[in-house]
Design a protein around this ligand. Structure first.
Ligand SMILES: Cc1cc2nc3c(=O)[nH]c(=O)nc-3n(C[C@H](O)[C@H](O)[C@H](O)COP(=O)(O)O)c2cc1C
Length: 300
């Protein structure tokens, strides 16, 4: 199952790209509109990009009244990414959502101040507010990600998304001052792949929840590696800026990788990186494979 990473695709501008996914994940929505951080908000680096967008979004009311009804016309299952500055912020947005495939709680944006509550407390508040599937998007910066995953599972999360960006800094080579107006930004792209693999590997060993793996995916092999580490779905982020046709290409590449290994489908590789997990997570029909979306498109 192939998704976009939140904030990396404008589905209304690139409708065909959105339709080529098994589900479309929205940009993170906050209770009140946000203009985001001042320009410059994007900087190229050697092995990835830095962004300090700062969750620019139209706010909950306009999203529910205008954006969401328009997104529904795409005919793609929708995941809504929810953000906020307190557990109540998150829970109120969850309570207002209906008729979407899943909610992804952005518990990990490095470009805004975080809610004071723990990720588990936010998940618990949201669990009480909605029956929709809840995915907790965690930061790769947590020291013990397995522990974080167990905490959000105990709080009622139905799945985990990994990883968000890591905080990074790029300096202008002439002035030696930060390139981004805000100083630091979220680092994404190819350099994040080993970080994402380690995060997915740690969480798959810790919990029996479906995992959406993301971070630096550029090819079918990258996607397969995340699945082998324990992901049950894969999301594309930074690659969509340079190659909007990536979803179709990566499906083809993934199918070739899978066939070349004599596997029946991508999810047959799930957990292969863990010798002890291999049998427990790759069984067809295992509940860990069920990620809300177009289930029939699970294979490449
Ligand atoms: C320009 C940009 C905007 C992003 N906005 C969001 C966002 O609103 N919410 C969120 O949870 N993640 C956001 N992300 C993080 C991505 O969803 C993803 O977790 C991260 O970029 C790692 O994947 P990648 O290396 O494939 O880009 C953003 C990333 C980029 C590059």
């Amino acid at each position: 199952m192939l998704l976009n990473a939140s904030g990396c695709l404008d589905a209304l501008t690139a409708q065909d790209v959105a339709r080529s996914l098994d589900a479309f994940v929205t940009k993170t929505i906050t209770p009140v509109p946000r203009e985001g951080n001042p320009a410059v908000r994007i900087a190229e680096t050697d092995a990835g990009m830095l962004n300090s967008i700062g969750l620019a979004n139209p706010g909950r009311e306009r999203f529910l009244g205008e954006t969401l009804p328009t997104l529904r016309t795409l005919g793609v299952p929708l995941w809504v990414s929810v953000g906020g500055f307190s557990a109540a912020d998150y829970a109120e947005t969850c309570a207002a959502l209906d008729g979407v495939a899943a909610i992804e709680l952005n518990l990990s944006c490095p470009n805004v101040d975080e809610a004071p509550e723990s990720a588990a407390a936010i998940v618990a508040a949201c669990r009480a507010a909605t029956t929709l599937p809840l995915y907790a998007k965690l930061s790769p910066a947590a020291w013990d990600l397995g522990e974080a995953a167990r905490a959000v599972e105990a709080a009622g999360a139905d799945g985990i998304s990994l990883v968000n960006t890591l905080r990074g800094l790029a300096l202008d080579e002439r002035t030696l001052r930060p390139k981004l107006a805000r100083g630091t930004g979220g680092y994404s792209g190819p350099a994040l792949k080993p970080v994402a693999l380690a995060a997915v590997y740690a969480c798959a060993a810790a919990v029996e929840l479906p995992i959406v793996g993301m971070g630096g995916v550029r090819s079918g092999l990258d996607a397969l590696e995340l699945i082998a580490a324990g992901a049950s779905a894969v999301a594309l982020g930074t690659i969509l800026f340079s190659d909007p046709a990536a979803p179709a290409r990566i499906r083809v590449e993934l199918a070739a990788e899978v066939a070349g290994r004599g596997l029946a489908e991508p999810l047959a590789a799930r957990g292969m990186a863990h010798s002890s997990l291999q049998t427990s997570v790759s069984q067809p029909g295992n509940s860990m494979q069920k990620v809300p979306g177009n289930g029939d498109k699970v294979t490449a």
